[in-house]
Design a protein around this ligand. Sequence first.
Ligand SMILES: O=C(O)CCC(=O)C(=O)O
Length: 273
Amino acid sequence: MLTNHKAHPFNVALVQAHIELGNPAVNRNHMRTLMEQAVTGAQKPDLIVLPEMWNTGYALDHIQELADEGGAETRAWIAPFAATHQVNVVAGSIAEKKSDGHVYNTMLVFDQTGAEVASYSKIHLFRLMEEEKYLHPGGEKVLFTLDGGIQAGASICYDIRFPELARSLALSGANLLIVPAEWPHPRLHHWRTLLTARAIENQMYVIACNRVGRSGDADFFGHSLIIDPWGEIIAEGGEQEEIITGGLEPALVQDVRGRIPVFEDRRPSMYDR
Ligand SMILES: O=C(O)CCC(=O)C(=O)O
């Protein structure tokens, strides 16, 4: 295992929460309570991450009425929360109704001043949950810089089954992949393996925040993960609500990339699709 402990790691807190189906008001209050716990915990986080579709859950039948119009409601409380507590917030993803009338599965990112630094809508919609019938896919990959200078790339849940996206983010400069999810049983093996592979092959940190609890037929297992660029699991959640914390050491990315020069040894002309 590679170690490169610095005095001030970049502390992350993953809010592994239960989500109430189709009840944005309850979910908003619940997330705020958990986020307050995160910022008053023993280790003050530099970054808080929420799970996927936390405002509505997969209430897709009613998603047109339930979705946050222009993301306004979410922005209105998360931006001041970030500023008040001087913490970066990746607000998981929400069902967001955009001005084109479509609903997107959208990640919003705020810096420590409460300024919005990025917005990413899920590119790969998940047919097993009929996302493609109710949601509109995003049209671009998204990178952003967090306070502290860390370059991060956005992925939402099913996106991690497409290694091309994480690789493309890494090639564009990402040192960290952030993954909000609603990933259910019985695919824990896929979850852990895919996330670890994305970390190892791209020599980047991967932090993934999954929800817990039952919703309809789905049983969401948590197991939120913080994985370092060598593929070591720094922290992993259980199957109940909890806040998973860990410290990232950004210099470790260059360290690992120096040890096995994968990016120098790539042969892009050999990969035709
Ligand atoms: O790929 C999977 O197994 C789960 C994906 C998923 O649940 C989602 O994208 O919402």
